[in-house]
Design a protein around this ligand. Structure first.
Ligand code: ARG
Length: 521
């Protein structure tokens, strides 16, 4: 029976030019590839349109079109830019790049923590011991200093606490002077961040923030009231019941007893505003997993309000006339959660500012390049949700599976191609590429679209990361065993054709990950 099944499957599989033969064996089905046609087809495609390779595959066609809003990085003014913000920046940038390369219109939003009670503290603190001069020379450090100090004093000094409450009241009531100071904090911070993001090669279409939506929270509350979703508790707070049975076993607080809004209230307002302004088809939030419940609540509230675009669609099977295929659970609003990063510190101590991380990375890398070590392992090779122990040595290795290894491979390919730039190579005759080494590189390249599909489905970079790492390992051995120099002209040309194809796939994949490939190292 099983054997019959396998044989009939084997017969049904369409044989095309690349699959030469399909044979049922004991418990397996063998596919024999026509190696020559594999090489010809693949390399022809790669050289005629290197940037469309993979991303324009039929496999990914259903993902094209539409508008995706990706919200990521989102640090808080005057607070630490912690490792979680760095991870959000890198993951969010990857998701935005991936969606863009698959043909979507992408809007990149940075949602700053630029509003809330803490700005009362910061304002009051600055009025006491802030310095305009320091604010200009080292803005992020100075705001952080003031914030730490005012928090410390507020603990024991009632007058500081009331000054903070007073400052926040002035802000909420849009009093000129208070607002002007706040605006200055924000502007200076955004300018600093823009400079640092540029260093990372990350950019945003909008620097939005909680402050943009505080004014809209009243409308949200009105809408919730009209829809009978907002309940007032005995304590005077306003809550939305999120339980399935209506017994308040789970709920979210949207209004404090003094009438002010909370983080989640501003998020509801922000989501509605974005939907209206940008008309996105899907929206993706990237934060560490400590905010998972927050986003679940946010999506629930939005869908209770009748906004279907925040709902979860789980039509797991769709039928077309010939095939039945399962479609992953589809949701128009996603939260991409990642694990916490422990132990990231610099020589200056615990990480507070992003720039310190970049400086540390730079100096350690220069140091490493002088010494050079080896061991494997890196971030983004596993599921995002896992926590991650930070280790400078592991991050910066050029031999292990790190971003540096990808750069190294790319630079090496570039140098090979540079060295042979004078010998114009062609891909006309690829017959020398049927040896097992070349075929395994080609077969690996063939999987690129499938890997992009996996990453697009679960928004995890690991599929692409692992694909590029394996590609680089294959290249390392191909480098040794498929020499260009000293080989007969036909083999040398075909190999150059292969290496240049690999280089362009590697470069494109790296760019999606947010790594700008270097030509020299
Ligand atoms: N500023 C927040 C934080 O640092 C992250 C914002 C996440 N996005 C959102 N829409 N709530 O924790």
């Amino acid at each position: 029976m099983a054997c019959f099944f396998r044989r009939s499957v084997a017969l049904q599989i369409k044989r095309d030019a690349v699959v030469e033969e399909v044979v049922a064996g004991r418990g397996v089905i063998h596919f024999r590839l026509n190696k020559l046609i594999l090489a010809q087809k693949l390399l022809e495609q790669l050289h005629s349109e290197p940037d469309g390779f993979g991303v324009k595959s039929d496999l990914l066609r259903h993902l094209q079109g539409g508008r995706t809003l990706v919200e990521f990085s989102s640090p808080n003014i005057a607070k630490k830019f912690h490792a979680g913000h760095l991870r959000s920046t890198i993951i969010g940038n990857f998701i935005a790049n991936l969606k863009k390369s698959l043909g979507k219109d992408v809007i990149r939003v940075n949602y700053l923590g630029d509003w809330g009670m803490q700005f009362g503290l910061l304002g009051a603190g600055f009025e006491r011991f802030g310095s305009q001069e320091k604010l200009k020379t080292r803005p992020l450090e100075h705001l952080f200093e003031v914030y730490v100090q005012v928090n410390r004093e507020a603990e024991s000094d009632e007058s500081v606490r009331s000054a903070a409450a007073e400052f926040y009241r002035r802000l909420v009531q849009r009093e000129d002077q208070a607002l002007e100071l706040w605006r200055q904090f924000r502007e200076i911070t955004v300018d600093e961040y823009k400079r640092i993001y540029q260093r990372l090669g990350v950019d945003f279409d909008h620097f939005s923030g909680e402050s943009f939506h505080d004014g809209q929270t009243q409308n949200v509350l009105e809408e919730l009231k009209t829809k009978r979703l907002l309940k007032t508790t005995e304590k005077g707070t306003g809550v939305v019941d999120l339980s399935a049975t209506g017994d308040m076993s789970s709920y979210a607080t949207l209004v404090r007893s003094d009438g002010t809004s909370l983080y989640i209230t501003r998020d509801v307002a922000a989501a509605l505003d974005r939907k209206q302004r940008f008309g996105f088809d899907e929206m993706i939030y990237v934060t560490d997993k400590s905010q998972t419940v927050h986003f679940q609540q946010l999506f629930h509230i939005l869908s209770f309000m009748g906004h279907q675009w925040a709902e979860r669609y789980s039509h797991t099977h769709t039928h077309t006339h010939t095939h039945t295929h399962s479609v992953p659970t589809y949701q128009m609003c996603h939260h991409v959660a990642f694990g916490l990063v422990q132990g990231m510190s610099t020589r200056r101590g615990e990480v507070v500012f992003l720039e310190d991380v970049l400086e540390e990375a730079r100096s350690r890398m220069i140091n490493n390049m002088r010494q050079s070590r080896s061991e494997r392992r890196s971030d983004f090779k596993g599921p995002l949700i896992s926590d991650y122990k930070f280790d400078w040595d592991k991050v910066l290795q050029s031999q292990g599976d790190t971003g540096v290894f990808l750069q190294y491979t790319h630079a090496r390919l570039c140098s090979l191609l540079r060295r042979h730039a004078s010998e114009s190579y062609s891909c006309r005759d690829v017959s020398p590429l049927t040896d097992s080494r070349s075929v395994s590189v080609l077969q690996h390249l063939l999987r690129y679209d499938e890997v992009l599909l996996q990453s697009a489905n679960d928004l995890q970079p690991r599929h692409l990361v692992n694909f590029l790492m394996t590609l680089s390992h294959l290249v390392a051995s191909a480098h040794r065993e498929l020499p260009v120099k000293g080989s007969p002209a036909a083999a040398a040309q075909a190999r150059l054709c292969l290496f240049s194809a690999v280089r362009s796939v590697l470069a494109n994949g790296m760019r999606i990950l947010g790594i700008t490939p270097v030509d020299k190292m």
